[in-house]
Design a protein around this ligand. Structure first.
Ligand code: DOR
Ligand code: ZN
Length: 385
């Protein structure tokens, strides 16, 4: 049994579940005590958007190293995007990921492709893929250019009660198109990595009009502007790209007023060789799992923009709700997936210490505030900081 003591209430964990939450649980010999004095105990973080690169690009990251990076960042559930090689657009690959994920430190769930090969033409078999374990659909990395295909996908997704996560480029017109289609078809749509002021406003209006739209932002899009590219080069290259201060301000407003539902990393590992290419040729993407909580606390909590409980909503409760996962809960009877973090610990980001295989981050050398101290997955301590 694991007993978490010293925070607001004591929490007792047995057989992977929370069995008791109360003021003062007496310690007995068969308990391992975890001291959370002065720390925040929260439901484990949920990242609905990561790239773990299996199958095909294991040199960048694999399910196990990705899960270890997630655990170090305070995450207990992550959902991995299907832009692998081959694309995770079929039952066999989804089952392979689910099978491998059983041995991972934390819960890794597959997202499958909307179209075969993410080619934007033929829909995948939504019903079979959902049955095989896919938790959502996305052609992440490849916007679905054809409006009629997107309309068909939404109708089919609505029938099968599965969420489409839309990767929008040329962001304003595409977000507008997708929320309009969601309005027309009655489907749910989730907009990945919102990065512009205009997109935030489009989503705000659609929500007000009753469209079933949710949205996520990444820590890099609320903490950096494109000014940093001069210094960080390809480690600040991603899709969608970093924007201007007015966009960062609008994203923060969207986080404050509930237009934005979730924070997701878009953890996108690449090798040092790939990121050493000239800017134009280097691949898009940066890693994010081991800096996400700290960036959020530094830029949104220590600036007094959001409270700790609003941050837990954005990083755990809401993403779990959006994907209808058994996560984001801290109550008696729920799975013991927890993070215990110090919101005030100052530390300097050293990518060499990351659990991820990759080092492509623009945050190396930066001073951040807040850090996971323990990550508990299904009742077991899987990370201790
Ligand atoms: O920057 C990105 N990298 N954006 C994406 O949408 C895809 C991702 C990747 O797979 O590397
Ligand atoms: Zn992505």
């Amino acid at each position: 049994m694991l007993l978490i003591k010293g925070s607001k209430s004591d929490i007792l964990i047995k057989d992977g579940k929370i069995v008791e939450i109360s003021e003062d649980i007496p310690v007995t010999k068969d308990m391992f005590v975890c001291d959370a004095s002065g720390l925040v105990v929260a439901p484990g973080l949920v990242d609905m958007h990561v790239h773990f690169r299996e199958p095909g690009f294991e040199y960048k990251e694999d399910i196990y190293t990705g899960a270890a990076a997630a655990a170090a960042g305070g995450f207990t559930t992550v959902c991995c995007m299907p832009n692998t090689s081959p694309v995770a657009d079929n039952k066999e690959i989804i089952e392979m990921i689910t099978r491998k994920a059983k041995q991972a430190l934390i819960n890794v769930l597959p997202i499958t492709a909307v179209t075969v090969g993410q080619e934007g033409e033929t829909l995948t078999d939504f019903a079979a893929l959902k049955k095989a374990g896919a938790v959502a659909l996305s052609d992440d990395g490849m916007p679905i250019k054809n409006k009629e295909i997107m309309r068909k996908a939404m109708i089919e997704a609505e029938k099968n009660d599965i969420l489409i996560i839309s990767h929008c480029e040329e962001e304003e017109p595409m977000v507008e198109r997708d929320v309009n289609l969601a309005g027309e078809t009655g489907a749910r749509i989730h907009i990945a990595h919102v990065s512009t002021a205009e997109a935030v406003e489009t989503i705000r209006k659609a929500k007000a009009a009753g469209v079933r739209v949710t949205a996520e932002v990444t820590p890099h899009h609320f903490s950096l502007t494109d000014d940093i590219i001069a210094e960080k080069g390809t480690n600040a290259k991603m899709s969608p790209p970093l924007r201007k201060q007015k966009d960062v301000d609008a994203i923060i407003e969207g986080l404050e007023d509930g237009t934005i539902d979730a924070i997701a990393t878009d953890h996108a590992p690449h090798s040092a060789e790939e990121k050493a290419l000239p800017f134009r040729d280097a691949p898009n993407g940066i890693i994010g799992l081991e800096t996400s909580l700290a960036l959020t606390l530094t830029h949104l909590y220590h600036t007094k923009i959001l409270s700790i409980s609003e941050i837990i909503d954005l990083m755990s409760v809401r993403p779990a709700e959006i994907l209808e996962l058994k996560a984001g809960l801290l109550k008696k009877g729920s799975i013991a997936d927890l993070v215990i973090f110090d919101p005030d610990e100052k530390w300097s980001v050293d990518p060499e210490k990351f659990k991820s295989k990759a080092r492509n981050t623009p945050f190396g050398g930066m001073e951040l505030i807040g850090r996971a101290k323990y990550t508990i997955s299904r009742g077991k301590i899987v990370y201790k900081g």
